[in-house]
Design a protein around this ligand. Structure first.
Ligand code: NAD
Length: 469
């Protein structure tokens, strides 16, 4: 007779203890590639849980800030070592809860490892500055000081990297932390907190509350005893966070959405351009703030690029990220899949040319997941909604352009673009040339080119040879 095994319940971490939520409620975390697989139950936190976590962090701050920075750093160093030991296990768990392919989740855990080692090094480098004073007998200096309890609210697309970017710098500087991870990826945050605890972070210094935005994130961002909020997520929620922080003049940092572009000009190396565009558009199933969901293509290369790019998009292997042959995983959840499907309809209605994809994948191996085909729209006008709005899925819009200036205009002509378009042109152009130059300098097959400052067109150019790549 089969015996039902109760799912594991993952709890909050408050004041050094794993605790149920005061709400008594928990929610399911399921694998987006196979929703039959329950990753675990995670508690649904409320304001009461957040208050308890902030109280614990406030109490712990009194002593943690006095621990010498090199000693705080030693704990982080141990945490980095533990992350290295468990990298494979954490990467697999991340693929199971988030869907991105194993090579990418290994990269995500690696980013947490790198950040933790880096901040461990910073424990011996928290230098201030001295400044000569214009007054006699005055000594002017700055000293770095901690601020207090830091509230951290993170998204699901980089489930361990982003929490580590926020937590490790705060901790090494002597602050304490309350982390509210995204509801779709709490397990990776759980692992990170577990590792910090095992490494020796004292009670109350790091606290974790799982749950949704309105019930757990909002009370954290509004809490009077939290002087700093670090948020990564959508622009709409970022706006809510900024409003919540304003009345108390809290410090806040917001990393939000984007609508990035790749510009492919007439002199581009199309092998590199297609590779970059495939990764930019479909890596992490397009669910990245840095996803390149628009490509501006010079008309002279448009046809060839489209043929090659569409062929590559068609051949991408979609599937479970744990399968080593998979190149693109599922969308994170049903809602995100529906958003992608609705943008495909919007693109068709706007008159964009559907070149490949456009459908949900829901039969056979895809039947239990939130899969969508890699999708490419051609002949897009820059004003179309699919070329303007962040879709956060595997949908790329191709936009033909005549000149670099026009491409830069298109790049900036979105809500996320730079408003002063004209003055930006020369600096963009310069950076394009610098990039080409760096590529040349890094190309071990050729001699590194010498630099020449061309004052006429204000570009750095190689002294000899072309910079066509
Ligand atoms: P989201 O804004 O829906 O959620 C982010 C976090 O905010 C989650 O933890 C969520 O629970 C919380 N939240 C939601 N409502 C809240 C509220 N009212 N008060 C407080 N917290 C609240 O974003 P997401 O869907 O998790 O992530 C995708 C978005 O994140 C995309 O827009 C993407 O571009 C952006 N992102 C940006 C960067 C960057 O570095 N700029 C990096 C990764 C993701």
């Amino acid at each position: 007779m089969a015996t039902a095994v109760a799912p594991r319940i993952f709890k909050n971490f408050i004041n050094g203890e794993w605790l149920e939520s005061r709400s008594g409620k928990a929610y399911e975390n399921r694998n987006p590639a196979n929703t039959d697989e329950l990753i675990g139950m995670f508690v649904s936190s409320t304001e009461e849980d957040v208050n308890a976590a902030v109280d614990a962090a406030g109490e712990a701050y009194k002593t943690w800030r006095l621990v010498p920075a090199p000693k705080r750093a030693e704990i982080l160093f141990r945490a980095a070592e533990l992350l290295v030991q468990r990298k494979e296990e954490f990467s697999k768990d991340m693929t199971r809860e988030m869907g991105k392919v194993l090579a990418e989740t290994r990269g995500d855990v690696q980013e947490a490892i790198d950040m933790t080692y880096y901040m461990a090094g910073e424990g011996r480098r928290l230098f201030g500055q001295t400044t000569p004073s214009e007054l006699p007998n005055k000594f002017a200096m700055s000293v770095r000081q901690s601020i207090g309890v830091c509230g951290m609210i993170t998204p699901w697309n980089f489930p361990m990297a982003i929490p580590s970017w926020k937590m490790m710098p705060a901790l090494v500087c002597g602050n304490t932390v309350v982390l509210k991870p995204a509801e779709d990826t709490p397990l990776s945050a759980y692992h990170l907190v577990q590792v910090l605890t095992e490494a020796g972070v004292p009670r109350g210094v790091v606290n974790l509350v799982s749950g949704d935005g309105p019930n757990a994130g909002a009370p954290l961002s509004q809490h009077k005893d939290v002087p700093v909020i670090s948020f990564t997520g959508s622009t709409s929620v970022g706006r809510i966070i900024a409003q919540a922080c304003a009345p108390d003049f809290k410090h806040y940092s917001l990393e939000m959405g984007g609508k990035n572009i790749i510009i492919v000009m007439e002199d581009a190396n199309l092998d590199l351009a297609v590779d970059g565009a495939i990764w930019g558009g479909f890596g992490t199933t397009g669910q990245r703030c840095t996803a390149a969901s628009r490509i501006a293509l010079h008309k002279s290369v448009y046809k060839e690029f489209v043929e090659r790019f569409v062929a590559r998009a068609k051949s991408l292997r979609v599937g479970d990220g744990l399968d080593s042959s998979t190149e693109m995983g599922p969308c994170i959840n049903e809602q995100q899949l529906k958003t992608v499907m609705s943008y495909v309809e919007i693109g068709k209605n706007e008159g964009a040319k559907l070149l490949t994809g456009g459908n949900r994948l829901d039969s056979g191996a895809y039947a239990k997941g939130w899969f969508h085909e890699p999708t490419v729209f051609g002949d897009c006008s820059p004003r179309m909604r699919i070329a303007q709005e962040e879709i956060f899925g595997p949908v790329v819009s191709l936009i033909p352009v005549d000149t670099l200036e026009r491409a830069i205009d298109v790049a900036n002509g979105v809500a996320y673009g730079h408003p002063e378009r004209e003055p930006r042109v020369p600096s963009y152009a310069r950076s394009l040339h610098r990039n080409r130059l760096c590529e040349r300098a890094n190309d071990r097959r050729g001699d590194a080119p010498a630099l020449r400052r061309d004052e006429t067109n204000r570009q750095w150019t190689p002294r000899s040879g072309d910079c066509g790549n």
